[in-house]
Design a protein around this ligand. Sequence first.
Ligand code: SF4
Length: 354
Amino acid sequence: MALRDLIDIDRIFHEPAVADFHRGREILARYPNAERIEVPSHWNIPELHGNAGSVEDWVRIKRSTLVLGVKKGLALRPNGRSAHFIAPSTSNGCAMSCAYCYVPRRKGFSNPISLFVNVEAVCAAIARHAEKQGPLPEPDQIDPEAWVYDLGENGDLSVDAMICGNVRDLVALFRGLPNAKGSFATKAVNRDLLAYDPQGRTRIRFSLMPARIARAVDVRTAPIPERIAAIDDFVRAGYEVHVNFSPVILYEGWEADWAALFDAIDGTISDAAKGQLACEIIMLTHNAGLHEVNLGWHPKAEDLLWRPDIQETKRSEGGGDNLRYRAGWKGKWLARFKALLAERMPYCRVRYAF
Ligand code: SF4
């Protein structure tokens, strides 16, 4: 899907204070004809959130609706897996509709992009936090020399960057922090980011999976070959570019498909990109509630995602049942995945596998 087809904003829900912020005024001015609806909080908008039944409206809502708010909690959370810390988010919700996405579990299923307009406060909180950390004591699996802050936990920053300058501001922030890097995963290719001059201090992680599976489950995202083709351009533009093999979905024939994907990456990217590459491998976690909802709009994806014959259920912290590949098998499949990767792309260091 072309980025321009992803969003076409004609309605903006906003908290009352949004126009007090430069970024808020900038976004409102960008969509002068959009209907504006004042709401007490970006969190609870009954017309938008929780309406799991109105599946036919989701895509329309995701394309046409924007929510603007002010981020209240500016705490940073430790992570230790993909990043050292999770930064306060500058957005949540997403214009895309991946069938396995966990983001809608919190806000309801038509969660369009919500942007926070107090990006200066978010940047200041990150800068203060990084300053307190001092230098990274020793290289670790996350990074050899910098504290890494995940910036895009609840959405996709490549798409946010089509709407406003929050991502540009974050990239600029990390350019000036001597001991920290920003990092976000993405399933879109937004070439505007090539002009942000990250100077190696922002890590972009393109999520990849076999293209035919992505066509079924990565709804409204950039096609896999486009993501692979973008890697060199982002490296040349000064990003550190990693890949997320995520989610890894198991089915008859997965090994052949992944081998073909590894060969496609290997045959496309430059030696410079290979020299700095690392990856995360994340096996699918599915969710019983999401399964029910997906049956209503995208049952084909569920043939891939919902495999109780090879999955086991675990009650999640927020309630609801999560499904993961059975423990005994998962380790074996992960080992096979890593062996295949090592054979096809020996230069690709595995930062994190789960
Ligand atoms: S791109 Fe990410 S945030 Fe958006 S729907 Fe897909 S998994 Fe969810």
